[in-house]
Design a protein around this ligand. Structure first.
Ligand code: SME
Length: 148
């Protein structure tokens, strides 16, 4: 996958078609992104926004500070978990998830949401994914509910 080209296409999708189109692009173009979702911050909670993957998650509302998602929202830093069974913070969603990356979406210095991606392989996510998804998160920052 040509990441420079993916960034360009995602910039256009974010601008013209919104957050779901970005989620769909990530899911459909990166085979190791098995479930892709965006959570938006609403007060002290993360609320599930657009997502694409084989199954719905029961975790549609997660308190900031809870789970891997809540940790990233609290710290404002990307979380990469290579083996979810070894992370006591992990909130299980899907039986075949082995690893996870959570990338905060930051606007005006505040966490307004995050990209959450599950992988079915151990250590599915690298520093390349981190850099790329942090760029994608910047493109999503203006799309958070209540930002404009
Ligand atoms: N695993 C996440 C919860 C969200 S589901 O993966 C979609 C967590 O530990 O916060």
């Amino acid at each position: 996958m040509d990441l420079a080209r993916a960034r360009q296409e995602i910039r256009a999708l974010a601008h013209y078609q919104g957050a779901y189109a970005v989620v769909e692009y990530l899911h459909d173009h990166f085979p190791h992104y098995s479930w892709v979702g965006i959570y938006w911050v609403d007060g002290q909670d993360l609320i599930l926004g657009p997502w694409k993957g084989p199954q719905a998650t029961e975790h549609t509302r997660i308190p900031v500070g809870k789970g891997v998602c809540g940790a990233a929202a609290q710290s404002g830093r990307t979380e990469i978990v290579g083996d979810v069974s070894q992370d006591p913070r992990y909130l299980a969603c899907f039986p075949d998830t082995r690893s996870e990356i959570v990338v905060p979406i930051i606007a005006d210095g505040r966490v307004v949401g995050e990209i959450d991606i599950d992988g079915t392989e151990f250590n599915a996510f690298s520093e390349t994914d981190r850099g790329f998804l942090e760029d994608v998160a910047r493109l999503l920052a203006t799309l958070a509910p209540g930002i404009l």
